[in-house]
Design a binder for this molecule. Sequence first.
Ligand code: GMT
Length: 370
Amino acid sequence: MLKIGITCYPSYGGSGAMATELGKTLAEKGHIVHFINYEVPFRLNGYHERIVYHHLDIPTYPLFKYPPYTLALASRIAEVAVKEKLDIIHAHYAIPHSICGYLAKLMVPNLKLVTTLHGTDITLVGNDQTFFPITKFAIEASDGVTAVSQSLKEDTYKIFDIKRDIQVIYNFVDTTIYKRERNSKLVHCLGLGRKKVLIHISNFRPVKRITDVIEIFKGISRKIDSVLLMIGDGVERSKAEKLAAQYNLDVRFLGQQANVIPFLSVADLLLLPSEQESFGLVALEAMACNVPVVGSKVGGLPEVIIDGENGYLVEVGNIELFVQKSLAILSNDNLREMMGINGRERAVSHFDQRKIIKEYEEFYYKILKG
Ligand code: GMT
């Protein structure tokens, strides 16, 4: 049994979701998990045996134009590590969590630091040098580093020119929970009728290209009676809403949803035309619910979506091809169903929670052995 501290971004987003699901599963397996965050992670709902949440206060003083989150978190990790005798602090998303873990490690003898790289902590830094030296340092100084895809691992080597070992441990999904629900009430509630249902789920940031989602849907709805469910929220939402209204499309903006399974269960296709995606957790969640995915041929998505098997991959921004590939799936029920089954099988065989958790446990024990 290990005592593991986890720090992550607790609000909506794949890295926080993964970190929280990891913590919950480790606790189910008998480990004691301590979350150290400025708010309760959004997926940490309800009571969990062997999980403790440690709140982080970030003091504000008139002198501090920018409250020092990094220092407050490092200090809190060190405090919790000593009090709870942590074996490991697992930092999800390098900036700034990895360096917080490193500072705590300097203060607490024998504390091991594991950093998991999720995406823009690497790829964005590649384009913006502000955090480059400290991120490179934190990656090199961690006791163990994992990346959520082979593509992200390669990006990390390329961008930071580092030599250390990075282990790929893929994101995962609990396929006993993420599965297509039959008789969903949503079809009736949302008045979906016999329309084909397209879905997009994200944090609506520019990297997700949600105006492309609307443009693609425009092309699809010209040919097929269909509706688009937009789940999530973020800076690009109003732009997308205006566009959908301008084109007079049947698009339902349903906001953030804590549980996306009912929505995926009524969907015929997930659209994911992102500019960049180091893994694309939502694609995996869709696959587990028998939903084919048409996504961008970028980053780690080709490791999740196999072109022609459980969806299609298209060059970023090629709206016409996105429309064409989506129509191919939506106009052929046999193909759509077969792609749904293939996706489900792939989710179960490659990315199921039980398989991936074992990889994390083995990784922790390897790091502790030194
Ligand atoms: O890096 C980000 O943009 C944020 C992060 C998040 O918290 O959602 O997303 C990244 O991590 C996810 C979980 O590992 C991956 O599924 C996403 O592909 C990745 N996002 C990008 O690479 C843009």
